[in-house]
Design a protein. Sequence first.
Length: 413
Amino acid sequence: MKRLMIGTLVLLPSLTAEAADSASATNDAALVEQGRYLARTADCAACHTTDDGAPFAGGVPIASPFGTIYGTNITPDPDYGIGNYSADEFYHAITRGEVPDGRQLYPAMPYTSYHLMRREDSDAIYAFLMSREPIARAAPPTDLGFPFNQRWGLTLWNIVYADDLAPTPAEDRSPAWRRGQYLVEVMGHCGECHTPRGWTGAMDLDRHLEGGMLEGYLAPSLRAEALAERGWNPHDLAQFLQQGMSPQGSAFNEMYPVMHHSTQYLQDDDLAAMATYLLGDAAPEPRTIEVKALDAVGESAARGRQRYLETCAGCHGGDGKGKPEVAVAMASNTTLRLKDPTNLLRVTLDGIEERDFPGFSRLQQMPGFGDDLSDAEIADLSNYLRETWGGQPGNVSPQDVADARVSGTHDDP
């Protein structure tokens, strides 16, 4: 009931029962809509909704070095979902990693970041999830080997690691920076993928946001200097989060679901706040790279030029400018600017699926060339791309390609 403050008097206007019910329904609807937005901000769907499944019914496989963990059912089904959870129990589960029956959740559920979530945001997400259709579907059982399948061990793990993430003091920062900190570090839990992990599976917070390996790909550094080195500025970074595309390239691999389920729906000021936090109130100047002429590249890269013309130029252009809505440009591509060639090698070997992007954008499939090109040919091609447009040395070897072909992983950067 709304209170009108006049001096020191508190006036409580009387409402009819019908009007009170209407006001309550309006408040409930507003809370659910706020929760819908916050659930997108927290990227709940990416881990709890399969490509062909009902929303939030679980079943998404989450690969880890210890085995496969499956996203759980978070619909209000009382048997397989969270239908019997109270708001208190829901808040405890997402911030402490423990469900009402006492079971510990595996930290694939990012409670190590969510432990800083505001209670009012948790309550709004709870209200939204409880308004969804209940789906009676059990998630597949977690498939971890011994001893990682022993949940009691998580109690000790949580004592050591669960509350490690702490916000950087922000008193001297802008309101946008402070809002961005909460969106990036807590709700968006970006550090869970973009921070390297130690042998225990915990984030190495001494290298926070410096990049981490994820299913054979590098989730690159989000530190301001590293972003600027790869050509990012606040406008382009906010555009990339919203549209999945920018002059620096397009979202692929595990970043695509983040954009598809989450960041494309965020308000412009929230996207700008995230970019402000990552690049700083005074963003560093993005690095400009001059295209290197063919006679200035090394022998391997010079051989790779012909390979590029034969396999890549039809879509990306002989000049590397790409084709709008079809193929990204090479001339400003952030992947080519990474010191670690892992992502370039993985994309060249495996290709990228055709993808729908917000609006009318739909990038065509990029085929993988793992079956068509030898290790030496892919090394030459990679060196041509890195030297010509990436500002990186042409030091990819055939052995690097062979290693990527066999293992699909590289050491953390």
